[in-house]
Design a protein around this ligand. Sequence first.
Ligand SMILES: Cc1cn([C@H]2C[C@H](O)[C@@H](COP(=O)(O)OP(=O)(O)O[C@H]3O[C@H](C)C(=O)[C@H](O)[C@H]3O)O2)c(=O)[nH]c1=O
Length: 196
Amino acid sequence: MKLVETGLPGCLVIEPRVFEDARGSFHEAFNLDALAAQGLGLAFVQGNVSTSSEGVLRGLHYQWPGAQGKYVSVLQGEAWDVAVDIRRGSPTFGRWTAVLLSAGNRRQFWIPEGFAHGFVALAEHVVFTYLCTSPYDAEADAAIRWDDPDLAIDWPVAAPRLSEKDARAPLLAEIAEDRLPRYDAAGARALTGEPG
Ligand SMILES: Cc1cn([C@H]2C[C@H](O)[C@@H](COP(=O)(O)OP(=O)(O)O[C@H]3O[C@H](C)C(=O)[C@H](O)[C@H]3O)O2)c(=O)[nH]c1=O
């Protein structure tokens, strides 16, 4: 596998080795030892799958406390996937990066704890899967407006279909400081916000 830097430090694209033969193809969905051998030590506690039709946008979501790192990929169709640094005190606070994920390119995308995440489905049937480093906590689950002008994310869809929650999400500037993840310069990853 190959790890590729993105425009946003900490966010990485992982390109797995794909084995193709007359039957079809094989690639590893994730490999913790191989990631650790390249300096990316991860541990996942939950895996999620969502299905979306074309034009659906899910996001921008994050958890705080209990920040989740996410290792995402697309099993069917294609999605434009976005990570935004919302860690208070981060030198790249408010900056975003995007990756086109598809069943065809088999790209995987690592989004560290403390980033907001969202994607827009670009095919009629998109199966999106992701592994999380912390468990879901409905109380800590939060959203930021997908079209926040301060973020100026260059979404490839002008009028996406949103959940009610996402349609009424606040702007980043409207969110109280203590509701945003904190940047931990030493670890270069957000603190999870867990006490102790
Ligand atoms: C995330 C999650 C949700 N749920 C329940 C809560 C709701 O009743 C239902 C749908 O949840 P939601 O509308 O938040 O699903 P998405 O809009 O796909 O949210 C996800 O999409 C963006 C892109 C993300 O990065 C997050 O992982 C996650 O927020 O599933 C659970 O039971 N467990 C979970 O881990």
